[in-house]
Design a binder for this molecule. Structure first.
Ligand SMILES: C[S@@+](CC[C@H](N)C(=O)[O-])C[C@H]1O[C@@H](n2cnc3c(N)ncnc32)[C@H](O)[C@@H]1O
Length: 358
């Protein structure tokens, strides 16, 4: 008989049998449980989904990333073979727009091996439809890679990785956990205090009540790919909401149908995400000997890559869409929309000067 229990039922069963779990474990189950996780079931993107991402707003976003990628490939001396890896490619829209631009560079497509890292079968199908002509390869391990130069692109991927939360109290730090109270899922704190010395220096002087978030999964991705980039040359570009230096503050967020929701309600049907600690990623990358560009806002990065000029050209070629193009431009770069909330992070091997940062 098919198992009709919801993911919430399965989590509650685990909580009642094993006691509280970390927020990271809860997020991992809610987002990527093999049968019912948020990122293993339906397509969550777009107007009918729970949120819209930059590449779904306008082709300009992916096109400028395409320009960025070609420039990097040229700086790498146009290797005859290189890997272009996208983490969490969604519907494949960003890469489709990027490769339309990149295809114009002589030899680029012949040299490229396109690799995609994706957990959602419904999105994989869409990626295959949009990117099939480039013969992509879906690896199940993030760093199952050839040993040629590597360019990694990740838009709104890192924010979807699980985080742990720690709350400062008079006697030290306590991990915030998910447990059952009167049969209902709720947050609580682990009983054993963790001393300040176990926390990064940036948060050691926090006041009681402050929250520190850490994503071991994000650090692991940076570590595994950063190692390869250091050895094989290349870069990782990540665009996401986040902050430049490790700090306290709660950012765990739940969204369902374009509206904020309760993080513990309806696991598997609710998007859970957290702001990315780019300071922590930067530390992993520099410890590996990589260079890290100063964190840019999406507004500045796209502006330096020429988004205003691109919007003007696009509007000229599509006079019927002038208003839609202007609205998309505003959405991507205006400070009241995505322009300053979203940041652009780039870690790369020695000797490269990725464009868009200064
Ligand atoms: C917020 S969406 C962004 C999609 C796309 N980059 C865009 O900008 O439209 C997050 C993407 O990462 C994928 N993803 C999330 N967690 C993942 C994981 N642990 N492993 C692999 N892919 C994951 C999702 O399925 C989805 O494709």
């Amino acid at each position: 008989m098919p198992d009709t229990r919801s993911l919430g039922d399965l989590i509650d069963m685990q909580l009642s049998q094993n006691g509280p779990m970390s927020i990271a474990t809860y997020m991992g189950l809610a987002l990527t449980h093999p049968r019912s996780g948020y990122y293993t079931g339906k397509d969550p993107l777009g107007g009918k989904g729970d949120f819209i991402t930059a590449p779904e707003i306008s082709q300009m976003f992916g096109e400028l990333i395409g320009f960025f990628i070609v420039n990097l490939w040229q700086q790498l001396d146009e290797p005859r073979s290189f890997t272009l890896l996208e983490l969490g490619p969604g519907r494949g829209t960003l890469m489709q727009d990027a490769l339309r631009v990149a295809a114009k560079a002589d030899g680029f497509l012949d040299a490229m091996h396109l690799q995609l890292f994706e957990s959602n079968p419904a999105l994989k199908t869409q990626q295959a439809e949009r990117l099939g002509q480039y013969n992509p390869y879906w690896a199940t391990e993030i760093d199952a890679l050839a040993d040629d130069p590597l360019i990694v692109i990740a838009n709104e991927f890192f924010d979807a990785l699980p985080i742990r939360q720690f709350v400062k109290a008079e006697d030290g730090w306590h991990e915030r956990q998910v447990g059952l109270r009167d049969g209902k899922r709720s947050f609580g704190l682990s009983p054993t205090p963790i001393p300040d010395a176990a926390m990064p220096p940036e948060v050691q002087s926090a006041q009681p009540g402050e929250i520190y978030e850490v994503s071991l999964a994000a650090a692991d991705v940076m570590q595994r790919l950063g190692k390869r980039i250091g050895a094989q040359r290349g870069a990782l570009l990540a665009i996401d909401y986040g902050y430049a230096t490790t700090q306290t503050g709660e950012t765990l967020q739940a969204v369902r149908n374009h509206a904020f929701a309760d993080a513990l309600d309806a696991p598997g049907e609710t998007d859970l995400s957290a702001h990315v600690d780019f300071g922590a990623l930067s530390k992993v990358a520099t410890d590996l000997g990589l260079k890290v560009e100063p964190l840019a806002t999406q507004r500045d990065f796209l502006g330096r890559l020429g988004i205003v000029e691109r919007a003007t050209a696009l509007a000229k070629a599509n006079p019927g869409q002038v208003d839609a193009i202007a609205a998309a431009l505003k959405r991507l770069v205006d400070s009241s929309e995505m322009g300053t909330l979203f940041k652009v992070f780039c870690a790369h091997s020695e000797g490269l000067e990725p464009i868009g940062f200064s």
